[in-house]
Write a protein that binds this ligand. Structure first.
Ligand code: ADP
Length: 446
């Protein structure tokens, strides 16, 4: 097992990783920008190193600064959390070269899944169902028209190097295609430095359903069921739950086993998430995230498996503590992402937290790094915590969620807590009847 893990992240996820290390008896190193000197992860870590000024490019994304912090502290492994360097193949490679373990997959697997066309091809070869579309990139409008004639309309033009929902253009009919391709190419060139685009059938009312996987890097892998993350605003997840209100046990087992089998063939190491759009009973792969996800706690609640502990175990070579037979989905869990934002306009609301009282009780988990007196810096994303609630079924979970939201007190800044209380009064939410466009429509109509 590792002796000292450096946590290359901040906020609630740095704390989540720190807690797992503490339980395993591993010393922790926090890194932080000057804006985060009094953050909770810095206070709780055994050691801390300031790695630069507030902008992430000069601190949390600065590979030489993080390598120097590893060197100074003698860390033998790095956990990247999510975001920042978690899917940076170069960072994983540099760590590999310096004999410091990257708690995540190999740099090769990060690379394969980082390029959307390669990811899709690999998924297809591994037996995962994908969205029908062009066979690789399309070089110009003329080729796009030929391919589109096969796929049919509506279709979506996507950037090969895309991410964060950018570089995507919808073509409802043939008349929209030329412009969609050209705009997507221009956007992709400026946002990602790579103008390549590809075409995909556009699914009109899908749900976003993702499968959590875990592999030991030696050909053993398991799946831990799904999460339904259809409630999104601007392609950002807002509410996640497990199990999905749309799947039954047979469907779960089928898609889960396809994913676990693919990971066995790939000899995947660590935690990963295979994301699908789901429509009319069919799954369509969109991408794989080769890291821990924000919404991993809902899976931890319904399976009882500590995903960060498993990540650390497999990275150290100790193997997974569970087999597929050990994993049973029990009860229900819902996560609400609490952002420091106005709940109506979603304008960020950084500043000082005057009063902080998180909810508690049976089945309630709050993952957050904030405290009363803490000043939320304006430089990073606005997620300040997650409220995750579980119950023996969906109805009980929703009742407990309502009670927890009522108890939650955060004063001094605005948060998205009122949005969730509103959602709990909605009949579609009560019925679990929502797709990926539902929340945007609800927000526009209210
Ligand atoms: P990114 O990596 O930029 O987030 P994804 O491929 O994960 O891009 O897609 C982001 C979101 O865009 C999906 O969750 C879905 O809402 C929408 N989307 C992507 N592909 C399609 C498609 N073929 N049909 C309909 N919606 C899509």
């Amino acid at each position: 097992m590792f002796e000292k893990v450096l946590i290359a992240n901040r906020g609630e996820i740095a704390l989540r990783v720190l807690r797992a290390c503490n339980e395993l008896g591993i010393s922790t190193v926090a890194v932080h920008s000057t804006a985060d000197a009094d953050a909770m992860h810095v206070r709780l870590a055994d050691e801390s190193v300031c790695i630069g000024p507030p902008p992430a490019t000069q601190s949390y994304l600065d590979i030489p600064a993080i390598m120097a912090a590893c060197e100074i502290t003698g860390a033998d492994a790095v956990h990247p959390g999510y975001g920042f360097l978690s899917e940076n193949a170069k960072f994983a490679e540099i760590l590999e070269e310096h004999n410091i373990t990257f708690i995540g997959p190999t740099s090769d697997h990060i690379k394969i899944m980082g390029d959307k066309i390669t990811a899709k091809k690999t998924a297809e070869e591994l037996g995962i169902p994908v969205v029908p579309g062009s066979d690789g990139g399309v070089k110009d409008v003329e080729e796009a028209f030929k391919v589109a004639a096969d796929i049919g309309y509506p279709l979506i033009v996507k950037a090969t190097a895309g991410g964060g929902g950018r570089g995507m253009k919808l073509a409802k009919t043939e008349a929209d295609l030329a412009e969609a391709v050209q705009t997507a190419q221009t956007e992709a060139a400026s946002a990602f430095g790579n103008p390549e685009v590809y075409l995909e059938k556009y699914l009109t009312l899908p749900r976003h359903i993702e499968i959590q996987v875990l592999g030991d890097g030696k050909g053993n892998a398991v799946h831990l069921g799904e999460r339904d993350c259809s409630l999104q605003r601007r392609h950002q997840k807002v509410w996640e739950e497990a199990p999905s209100p749309a799947l039954n046990a047979t469907q779960r087992e089928e898609i889960g086993e396809i994913c676990a089998d693919a990971m066995r063939k790939l000899k995947y190491r660590g935690a990963g998430t295979i994301e699908f759009l789901y429509e009319n009973g069919e799954f369509y792969f969109i991408e794989m995230n080769t890291r821990l996800q924000v919404e991993h706690p809902v899976t931890e609640f319904v399976t009882g498996v500590d995903l960060v502990n498993e990540q650390i175990r497999v990275a150290s070579g100790a193997g997974m503590s569970v087999t597929q037979d050990d994993i049973k989905i029990t009860g229900h869990a819902i996560e609400c992402r609490i952002n420091a934002e106005n709940p109506d306009t979603f304008i960020p609301s950084p500043g000082k937290i005057e009063l902080y009282h998180p909810p508690g009780g049976l089945g309630v988990r709050v993952d957050s790094g904030v405290y009363a007196g803490y000043r939320i810096p304006p430089y990073y994303d606005s997620l300040i915590g997650k409220l995750i609630v579980s119950g023996s079924n969906r109805t009980e979970t929703m009742m407990r969620l309502r009670r927890s939201l009522n108890e939650f007190v955060i004063e001094g800044i605005e948060t998205t807590i009122p949005l969730f209380s509103d959602l709990l009064n909605n009949q579609d939410i009560a019925n679990g009847a929502y797709d990926i466009h539902w929340l945007e429509k609800y927000l526009a109509d209210r």
